[in-house]
Every structure is written in C-alpha cells, then in structure tokens.
Design a protein around this ligand. Sequence first.
Ligand SMILES: C[S@@+](CC[C@H](N)C(=O)[O-])C[C@H]1O[C@@H](n2cnc3c(N)ncnc32)[C@H](O)[C@@H]1O
Length: 506
Amino acid sequence: MAESAASDFLTWFQSQKGKVDTERVGIVDFPGQGRGAVALQDIPEDYTLFTIPRDLTLSMRTSALPNLMGKAWKEHGLHEGWAGLILCMMWEESRGAESRWSGYLAALPSRFDTPMFWGEEDLKELQGTAVVDKIGRDEAERDYHQKITPALKSRPDLFPGDKLSEFFSLERYHLMGSRILSRSFHVEPWKGEHLDDQDEEEDHDAGNSSAMDVDPEEGASTAKAGPTLETEEPGDGSEELQIEVEDDDEDEDREDPADVAMVPMADMLNARFESENAKLFYEERELKMVSTKPIKAGEQIWNTYGDPPNSDLLRRYGHVDLVPLRPPLSGMGNPGDVVEVRADLVVSAVSPKVKYDLQERVDWWLEEADDDVFVFHTDCALPEEFISFTRLLLLPKDEWEKTAKKSKLPKPKIDSDVLTVAGQVLEKRLSEYPTTIEDDEKLLAPESVEHLPLNKRNAVIVRLGEKRILQGALNDVRAKSKVMAGAAKKRGREEEKAGKGKKARR
Ligand SMILES: C[S@@+](CC[C@H](N)C(=O)[O-])C[C@H]1O[C@@H](n2cnc3c(N)ncnc32)[C@H](O)[C@@H]1O
C-alpha cells in the first residue's frame, strides 16, 4: 500500500477514536507480505500498541443493517453463517462516505492469492492436498443465490438498483468473504461486571494512550485472531465402504456469527509460525493490542493466526510459512503442517487380508471414535487413532466381539501387522500426489524457484510439506518393521536353539 494510503487509513482510524501510539508503531510494506506493523522504537512487554473502541469493530452487532431489515433478516437466513456479515460489509461500502467504516473498507485488499480465485491449472497443482475440497466456492455461491439475492430484491430502498452491480455482485460477495476469512476476529460481547471505578480509570487513560499498560491477567480476555467460521468441510466418502460421519456436535460447536468481527487496525498485523509478539485483548468498551514480548525497534509486530498448517494458511490467507523444520524433518517448511489420511485407505489395505466383513467394525468405530480422517503431524508418528483403528480392523473375530461388547477402542499398540498396513496406506496416500518429493524439491531449488509463478510455488510448498510428513512416517514404519522382523528372527533362532538343546539332552 502506498504510504499516503496507510496514512489515510491511520487518519480515519484516529478520527473514529481509535488510539495508536504512532511514536512506537508504524504501518509499512513488508515485501511479499503486504502491509504490516513495525516497531519504531524499542517496545517493552505488556505495552498497549493501539486501542479500538468496540463500536468501531464491524459486525452484525455494530452495522445498522440488521435492524433496518427487521424480521426479514432472519427470514432470509442472514443470521446464520457469514452471509449476514458479508451483506453488512457490502451495504456499508455502498453508502460511501456516509458509512462510519468508509475509511476502513477503502483500505482493505481488493485481490487475494487464495485458491478461491485460482484457475483450473493452478488448482491442479494442489491435487492430493487438503486444500481443494475445502475451498467452499460452491457453498458461498449457494448462499449468495439463496440468501443475498432475495434480500436485495426485497428492499430496493436499502439496495437501490443502480448500486447492485457495483457493490452487491457475486464477485464482491466473494471478495468480502475472503476479507472475513483472512482478517476477522472472534469478539464476544462483554460478560464481565461493570465497575464504576474502572469507568473512571478508563476515562483518565483515554487522554494518554501511550501510557496505557495493560495486565492481561486482570479482567481482560483475549480475542481470537484470524478466521472464525470454517467453510463447510465436506466429509470424505470411501471407495469401497461408505464412511460418513454424522456431525452431531457441529451445531453446538458452531460459533455465533454475530461474534465474527472485522477489527480495523488489529487486522494490519501479519503472522509467522511461533513469532507472535502481540495479542488482542478485549475489555468492556475497547479492544487493545498489547505486546506479549519486548520488541526491538525495526522488528515486525506479529500477531498469531494460530500457527495453522500451510494448507490452511494458503486457503484462508493466501500465503505459506517457511521456517526451519525440526527433526525428524529438515530443511525449510511449516512445523505446524499436517497431512490427512482417510480411514477408507486403511479399510482398503486391510480388506484383502481378512475374510470377515469390515463394515460393522467401521460403523462401530464411527459411532465410538468419530474419526474418518487421521491427521499426521511433523513428528511423523503414526497417530494413536490410526493405530487403534487399524488394530480394530485386524482383530480376530472373537476379540472383535469382546471389544464391541466392552465399548472400548483397541489400545494404540504397534505390532508388525499394524506396521504392514501402515506402510501400504502411506504408500497409497503418497501416490495421490501427481509429483514426487524429488520433483517438488527440484522446483523449489534456488535456481528454479524464482521462475515459478506465486500460486504454483505456494502449491508446491503445501504438497511437499504434506509429502515429507508421509515419507517421514513411512521411513519410521519401515525402520520399525525391520527392527521387529529382526527381533522376531532372533527370538525364533533362540527358541529353535533352546528346543534343540532340550532334545540333545534327552
Ligand atoms: C490480517 S491481514 C494482515 C495485513 C495485510 N498484510 C495487509 O496488507 O492488509 C492478513 C494477510 O496478510 C498477509 N500476510 C500475513 N502474514 C504473512 C506472512 N507471514 N507472509 C506473507 N503474507 C502474510 C496475507 O496476505 C494475509 O491474507
């Protein structure tokens, strides 16, 4: 962003009673990261960098639109999901300078590098990763046609015909959705008690923002950074056996869409794996960005987005993290990476080895454990649930019957049969990517990476991160199999020897 645009934004922010310590905090461009906040002087820990009045956050609670629409808001289903907040943002933007948030909306990005906006060719590069099925473009379009279009038609006084194509198009809908996905915070209403003397203290502090230190332990709560509502994540269907999970808890877990808020200024902070040095805290009347560590002059002020894997970073934010990996992995990548392995791959690997029907065990597992996908991490260990599920499928009939009666999942104990299945599953999973680890490493080598277009580079980083975990797990499985086979041989030899010895003595 040009310097003047950053200063226009800051001028707007301060005009709306946002407070920022401009002596210590600057907004600048970081190459490859867009804007971000920088420490202009050394900043101590627990220092308030800026403060946002609650009513300056933009949400379904603060925009006037839901009230203006009255009962129709719910009738159009705008109280559920993100459609309502997106409509608020489109409507606020359509009001131009009349909207309190015009200076904020004008400063938001208008293009994204997220796969939501990629063409077919780029999306192919993500084959095998967890990204493609989770983009949620179709679900968003369904909401647009089912909720937004009828709402627009029902109130031409609020959404005049001559503004529809400029401010309320499907394209603007996707853009606002992406702004929410990459910049919103979870901000609950204040539940603490209101104290009179706290009121006084706040009034006193209000004139001297740079002196406002905050103790996060006292009465303040953290606001969760980053995207708050997931796009619908479709369940996976197996090829042979149908594995469908009924997500009973989904409704209970789903957050109140009114808690999803755009928070001007707080969303100017970038994030990098385990680099957080500032955090947003909320109080009764305002949100505060507070340093959580001392920050040296010239350093970037980082928030956290929760250190998600690169697949999620790319999908939600349009970038990936590259920091040194930890053993057993090496090189650069995202230590928060994960790879998903569908349970149906385990079923397919076990199926030819056994004579019994696996479906009842699968159904029982889904009832008891509710996992149709196993998540492997960068420690490359077999997840306990994966081991337990594999053992369940391999149990002899009588043991399976006992297990089912006791309603107890098999203990996650590794044996050679589990390792054999795990090896086959990991090989199969690796083959779902169209390229090998070596192919990807060549593409990312210093001499070739600069010729890669950004989307392709990011896709290669995501899929390589996943493959490294699978390969690491496969190496571990093979090493363990070898040790177990060696130990079994040794045991066999010893038993044989002992047997012969006994015979000789006889
Ligand atoms: C909450 S906003 C942060 C402010 C943003 N950079 C801007 O210019 O408005 C999140 C966006 O910042 C960018 N971003 C944040 N952290 C980044 C990083 N470590 N590397 C590259 N881009 C990053 C991504 O484009 C992401 O969607």
